[in-house]
Design a protein around this ligand. Structure first.
Ligand code: NAD
Length: 482
């Protein structure tokens, strides 16, 4: 350090204002720490990718698309004919801006009430363990000396070298959420979470959508039956799915694709690339800490989330699913561990949801994961079509699947595909976290007619005495028998 670089002392420093960072800042303040939060976008960055260009705006677009699509679906069921007219994405953007702005303001207010000092600038470590620099073009650099630090810098979309983003024709999810016109034709590269969610929304809004997926099915990280079911259903929205297809380039008006049966060109107005996300750790000065990413490109932390005795890392920069709720859950643990508490991040399950149509939700172990983990795993399924409530929603695609341990009857996993799966998975996640038995779920009287009844229906299937689907004949106890 040279003269004039007198560092400002910070008790607990949080880097990043997303669902990991802002939750960590509030949790640390509640533990009595004096907290500073640094985000490159300052107060505008609060809420992170999730609030500004991810979870929240994408769900708003999906909601609009579902309403537009429902106008046609409900016309044949008694609703008046959908009124003519195009989807007004300018009006949508105004509404979405209010939604996002409201949540951003909310986070701002929460941090203010918690006494968190929010700063704007780019953060880098400058010396092993305690020194850092925050730079911002509008201000002189600030040198910091922190007692504890939490890295919560999140992730950004992966760019394909053969398909660089140009912000106009070849874009990431961020730009799609800013559209003010519905494109006539769209190629979505990547049939994972983001590709499927955005591709389905655009198709429902009227675009001709083709999803190009390198693997042999949609949602390749999930069980094959899920990808197959979703692929079949999205065709009803006019989506074409090209699997086992790699993109080799773009001519400026057509996407070049290599398929098993030869090369093809796909003329489209817009190309959306959704092939994964990479952690934002490349320009943090981690080398001065002697820290380096693991083979998965993430910062290697254990259950205490510590990278060094004074520095924790949470969210998309650490191993595990890149999910907002995982980051927020880790935030509590990191704040506590750095404040001297013996806590660990070791959840039984982190529920995951794809807001496609049908929605897909998973918690705990799939049957193959349970078998690999050494369980004598048993799978029971119940079709959504057998639910009265689903029939009244006019949407009976999908199933509920529970995985339990044969020896104990304890539920260890659940997969739900169908309407409201995103909400329904919460009961299964709670059951798995609490090590509930099938009898606990079957014995809980669920209100009728609700989608939540699916939980006790599938538990009855698992126990061998289903009512609303055929089951095994049960032996007579003898009473009343001839
Ligand atoms: P993803 O990993 O879910 O899917 C990427 C897909 O792109 C994969 O199926 C992969 O096989 C395919 N792919 C990779 N390279 C390709 C290529 N060259 N050509 C064609 N296909 C290719 O990634 P994502 O959809 O970008 O999402 C990133 C992460 O963000 C997810 O893993 C998830 O954790 C998170 N996310 C969560 C939600 C949610 O919770 N609802 C929504 C969106 C994103």
């Amino acid at each position: 350090m040279v003269v004039g670089e007198m560092p400002e002392g910070v008790d607990l420093l949080v880097v990043g204002g997303g669902p990991g960072g802002y939750v960590a800042a509030i949790a640390a303040a509640q533990l009595g720490r004096k907290v500073m939060l640094v985000d490159a976008d300052g107060e505008d960055g609060l809420g992170g990718v999730c609030v500004r260009v991810g979870c929240i705006p994408s769900k708003a677009l999906i909601e609009l698309a579902s309403h537009v699509h429902a106008r046609q679906a409900w016309h044949g069921r008694g609703a008046p004919a959908p009124s003519a007219g195009d989807v007004d994405l300018v009006a949508f953007q105004n509404w979405k801006r209010d939604v996002v702005g409201g949540l951003n303001n909310g986070v701002r207010g929460l941090l203010k009430r918690a006494g968190v000092d929010v700063r704007t600038g780019w953060f880098r470590f400058t010396r092993p363990d305690q020194g850092a620099l925050v730079t911002d073009p509008d201000r002189p650099p600030t040198h910091l000396k922190f007692a504890s630090c939490i890295i919560a810098t999140g992730s950004r979309p992966v760019q394909l070298p053969r398909l660089p983003f140009d912000g106009a024709r070849i874009v990431s999810s961020t730009e799609v959420l800013e559209l003010t016109d519905v494109p006539k034709s769209v190629a979505v590269v990547g049939g994972g979470y983001i590709g499927l969610e955005l591709g389905t929304a655009l198709a429902k809004l009227g675009s001709a959508v083709t999803i190009v997926e390198a693997q042999d099915r949609l949602l390749p990280t999930m069980d094959p039956n899920i990808g197959a079911l979703v692929a079949k259903h999205v065709k009803t929205f006019g989506i074409e799915v090209l699997t086992s297809s790699s993109v080799t380039g773009d001519t400026g008006h057509a996407l070049q694709i290599d398929r098993a049966d030869g090369a093809v060109e796909l003329a489209v107005e817009l190309v959306v690339v959704a092939v994964g996300r990479i952690p934002n750790i490349d320009d943090l000065g981690l080398e001065v800490l002697g820290a380096a990413p693991g083979p998965d490109g993430r910062l290697p932390v254990g259950t205490d989330l510590l990278l060094t005795p004074r520095i924790a890392a949470i969210g998309d920069v650490t191993p595990g699913p890149a999910l907002a709720h995982k980051a927020s859950a880790e935030a509590h643990v990191a704040a506590a561990v750095l404040s001297g508490r013996a806590e660990v991040f070791d959840p039984t399950t982190i529920a995951a949801v794809v807001f496609s149509d049908p929605e897909v939700a998973q918690a705990g172990l799939t049957s193959s994961e349970a078998a690999a983990a050494g369980y004598d795993a048993v799978t029971a399924t119940f079709p959504i079509a057998a639910s009265g409530r689903a029939r009244t929603l006019g949407d009976s695609t999908g199933f509920v699947e529970y995985v339990h341990n044969r020896d104990t009857g304890i539920v260890v996993g659940a997969t739900i595909v169908g309407p409201h799966a995103s909400e329904l998975i919460a009961e299964a996640a709670l059951a798995i976290e609490m090590a509930a038995h099938l009898e606990d779920i079957a014995g809980t009287i669920h209100a009728h007619p609700t989608m939540a009844e699916l939980h006790h229906e599938v538990a009855h299937v698992a126990l061998g005495h289903p009512i609303h689907v055929p089951g095994p004949r049960r032996p007579s106890s003898g009473a009343g028998a001839a």
